[in-house]
Structures are given as C-alpha cells and as structure tokens.
Ligand binder design. Structure first.
Ligand SMILES: Cc1cn([C@H]2C[C@H](O)[C@@H](COP(=O)(O)OP(=O)(O)O[C@H]3O[C@@H](C)C(=O)[C@@H](O)[C@H]3O)O2)c(=O)[nH]c1=O
Length: 187
C-alpha cells in the first residue's frame, strides 16, 4: 500500500498518510494516485490545484464551501509548517449534520484530508510561514461560494488560539440560523 487510508467518524471523510520511500537523497512519496484512491471509492477528476501561503501563526481561513452544482471534493495537504484543519458536515439529512472533525496536518506528518462534497472547510496555522496545497474537483465559482463563521457557537470548534489574521469576509460570515438545512448532495 502506498497510502494508509483511515476513515473518520464522518462518512466519506478520509485521513490519508502517504508511505514515503527513503534513501540517502531523502524522501519520495505520492500526493495522489488515481488507482490507489479508487480503492476508497474516489474516482473524480481534479479541476484545480491551489497553493495558500500564510505568514503568521494563528491565521484562520474558512469555513468555506461551494453550493451545488459547484460543490467540490478537496484534498488538502500542508507542505510547510503546521495547521489545525477543520471540516463541518453540512450534508442535508446526514446523521452527523453540523458535527465537525479537526486534525493536525503538517509538513512533517504528511497527512492529508480528503473532504467530500457537502463539507465546510477551514484551518488555523500553528506556525509562521505555513503553506497548504489543495486539489479541487470543481472550479472556483465565486457566485456559489458560501461560508460559516469560524467561531459560530453552534459549531463549537476549539481553535488553538484567537485569530492573529483573518479576512474581513471570513470574520463576518453570518451565524447559522436554526432553520439552516445544509446542502443536498447526491450520492
Ligand atoms: C479559492 C480561490 C480564490 N481565488 C481568488 C479570490 C480572491 O481574490 C483571492 C483570495 O481568495 P479567498 O480569500 O477566498 O482565499 P482563501 O480564504 O484562502 O480561500 C480558501 O480557503 C480555504 C479554507 C479553502 O478551503 C479553499 O477552498 C479556499 O476557499 O483569490 C481564486 O482566484 N481562485 C480560487 O480558487
């Protein structure tokens, strides 16, 4: 096995650790492999690969998602520094609706999160100069972009520290209302 696939408590959310090959030059490992990922039922194509650079420890970005038909799966990996990566299940009728999952991803532990459609995603950097790569299965579509407030009490996310940097938009996403039903994702 070139990857270790761990299914989390939220359905279709996978924590993935590549198995590195090591020699005197250093390491080699795969970020993605279509054949290997098909073993866990992932067979979509990626449409975009994005790179995020964050100067300050404590930076928060999130919690973002795109509405159908632009919902997307994301494969997230930290390539420099360390983050607390957080996702919230907003799939309509999901048994784990509004539950979240948080995990430390770092350049050192090489872990990745495969986040299915129907999740909001965000992270907090735990070191200065932290960089993240994302694969996305859909194109960035600003008209379909939505967000949850990172500190919404209904989400109850334990961030490591108060944000040291956050965008105006992320700090002001509306709080969830009681009749938020999530988004409908076809299986
Ligand atoms: C996400 C994105 C942004 N942009 C532009 C829009 C804007 O001018 C600038 C910065 O965008 P944002 O402020 O949305 O960047 P950012 O807050 O880093 O957005 C990212 O946050 C994390 C948590 C995610 O999960 C990602 O999918 C993405 O939503 O880059 C693109 O051109 N393509 C893209 O795919």
């Amino acid at each position: 096995m070139l990857f270790e696939f761990e299914h989390t408590l939220l359905s279709n959310l996978w924590l993935i650790t590549p198995k590195p090959f090591q020699d005197e030059r250093g390491l080699f490992f795969r970020f993605f492999c279509k054949k290997e990922f098909e073993k866990i039922g992932f067979s979509k194509e990626f449409a975009q690969l994005n790179h995020s650079i964050n100067k300050l420890k404590g930076t928060i970005r999130g919690m973002h998602y795109q509405e159908p038909p632009f919902a997307e799966t994301k494969l997230v990996r930290c390539i420099k520094g360390k983050i607390l990566d957080v996702v919230v299940d907003i799939r309509q009728n999901s048994p784990t609706f509004l539950q979240h999952y948080a995990v430390e991803l770092s350049a050192e532990n090489k872990r990745m999160l495969l986040i299915p459609e129907g999740f909001a995603h965000g992270f907090q950097t735990l070191e200065d100069d932290t960089e993240i790569l994302y694969h996305h299965t859909n194109f960035y579509t600003p008209s379909a972009e939505r967000g949850l407030r990172y500190n919404d009490l209904m989400l109850n996310i334990s961030w490591i520290m108060l944000p040291t940097a956050i965008s105006e938009r992320d700090a002001n996403f509306p709080l969830l209302s009681k009749d938020f039903k999530g988004i409908f994702i076809e299986n």
